[in-house]
Write a protein that binds this ligand. Sequence first.
Ligand code: FES
Length: 100
Amino acid sequence: MGWVKVAERGAVARDAGAEFDVGGTKVAVFNHGGLHALEATCAHQDGSIAPGEVKDGVVECPLHFWHYDIRTGRLLDYLKGVSLKTYRVEEREDGIYVEL
Ligand code: FES
């Protein structure tokens, strides 16, 4: 698919996340020490991680509190070897872009 504009600049508040539908793929973008993009759907029960609390590079799924590293997508508790897919993300002059 390539690079897709998902939002205007500044659309994702600092230390927060937002979910975008990119051609049918749900992508969570976090603004926390730079922008990070990963699959928005939690590996547990398909909740969205986008509204989760972000702290020290980790997002907590708001449904049952599983934790993911927002840089690598790796699940940090409960199961080994589980990761959410990550995507490249850039803030450009005209908006936020994600590469799918
Ligand atoms: S759906 Fe994310 S922890 Fe349950």
